[in-house]
Design a protein around this ligand. Structure first.
Ligand code: ATP
Ligand code: MG
Length: 378
């Protein structure tokens, strides 16, 4: 199957972010995205990607590669960040986030995000940022130590800007990110009140109707709010060596599943169907009758081994990933990378039109309107 969307005027051209008219549509917007700290995994699929694919026609969708935020933990690995940027876009296309029906956004090429981050930073109390439970967990699990960078907690504010600059209604995320969406909602309310004269008693749903610039966005958690990693403990995460990637082969999946510890010792020992292995059974075996059957047999210790269940889960995952692998094969090698870069340039130009508009409106509300500017990259 060939996908002809890159066969446009941007092929091989330098990036020129001149204004093009924003996509004119009455649809509400979605903004969500991923940090290029590695490839995408099953946690991303059940937590966020699946919803993106489902909602792609109902909403005007902006999907962000948070490559600036990747530097908050990987400042010493620019080559890795660049590689992951390209691989994640390939993952997106492979799962069905159709680039012809959505806009991909490269964070570092959207200057309005960095600018808005500054203004929003004045509206978010420092203590509020540091109290964020997800931030605390990340500092622990990513072993950031005492000397984490100033930029690390700053990403909380940056993420408010990532979201608000697109003025979306909905943000599909895994449950860990809800703690980051809450400050974003608080900042949006505060901006609307302070600079747009919105009454503090206004209901969130009426914010724009009452003159606010920013809708108060809602997080939308996926089918599995937090998929546990193959370590059976932490959230599956690119950074924690506990992930099954969307690009893994059947052999790799089987090996990773095989290592999942359950503590069960024999085929007739009654098992706990709330263990991480059964989270995977429910997440990836689509035949509901088979899921029930496995649960009943496992709970009763009715001659069923963990090894057998693990292979059955691995097969179900493999079957789910097969069409993704086929779509991804279109983008193998350096020529594939070039197609992705070209696509990113084209889409980011479109995104800049939308974000420049929001920034202009925000600055106008802050009495910082000194004329419209035109961006031009060469
Ligand atoms: P990192 O380890 O670098 O933080 P990550 O694996 O957490 O990477 P992110 O790019 O931070 O991935 O997250 C992208 C999106 O995927 C977010 O909405 C996040 O909530 C969701 N997500 C990530 N991991 C999971 C998971 N295990 N279960 C459900 N959703 C997840
Ligand atoms: Mg994360």
């Amino acid at each position: 199957m060939r996908i002809p969307y890159w066969a446009g005027a941007f092929w091989g051209h330098p990036f020129r972010a001149v204004y093009t008219p924003p996509m004119t549509t009455a649809k509400p917007r979605i903004l969500t995205g991923d940090t290029p700290t590695g490839r995408l995994h099953l946690g991303h699929w059940v937590g966020s990607l699946e919803n993106r694919v489902k909602l792609i026609d109902e909403y005007e969708c902006y999907f962000l590669i948070a490559n600036m935020h990747a530097f908050t933990t990987r400042a010493a690995e620019p080559a890795g960040i660049r590689e992951s940027t390209i691989e994640i876009v390939k993952d997106w296309i492979s799962v069905g986030m159709d680039p012809e029906r959505s806009t991909y956004v490269l964070q570092t090429e959207i200057p309005a995000i960095a600018e808005l981050t500054w203004y929003l930073a004045m509206l978010l109390p420092f203590n509020r940022v540091m109290r964020n439970p997800t931030l605390k967990t990340e500092l622990e699990t990513k072993k950031a130590g005492e000397n984490y960078s100033f930029g690390f907690p700053m990403y909380t504010v940056g993420q408010c800007a990532d979201i608000l600059i697109f003025r979306p209604e909905l943000v599909p995320v895994g449950v860990d990110q809800l703690a980051h969406i809450e400050p974003c909602r608080e900042v949006a309310r505060k901006f609307n009140q302070l600079y747009c004269g919105v009454d503090p008693q206004t209901q969130d749903a009426d914010a724009v109707k009452q003159g606010g610039l920013f809708p108060i966005p809602e997080g939308k958690v996926g089918r599995v709010a937090r998929l546990v990693g193959t370590d059976g403990k932490n959230k599956m995460s690119k950074s924690l060596n506990n992930a099954i990637f969307l690009t893994d082969t059947f052999k790799q999946i089987k090996k990773k599943m095989g290592k999942m510890y359950t503590g069960r010792e024999s085929v007739d020992q009654p098992g706990d169907i709330n263990n991480p292995l059964f989270d995977y059974v429910r997440a990836f075996i689509s035949d509901e009758d088979r899921v029930k059957e496995l649960e009943t047999k496992y709970a009763a210790g009715d001659n069923i081994g963990d090894g057998h269940v693990k292979v059955e889960v691995a097969e179900a995952i493999d079957k789910m990933l097969e069409p993704m692998r086929e779509r991804r094969a279109e983008f193998e090698g350096p020529a594939g990378d070039e197609k992705i870069l070209s696509l990113l340039r084209e889409h980011t130009t479109r995104a800049n039109a939308a974000t420049e508009e929001t920034l202009y409106e925000a600055k106008k509300a802050m009495k910082l309107d000194f004329g419209r500017r035109v961006l031009s990259f060469s």
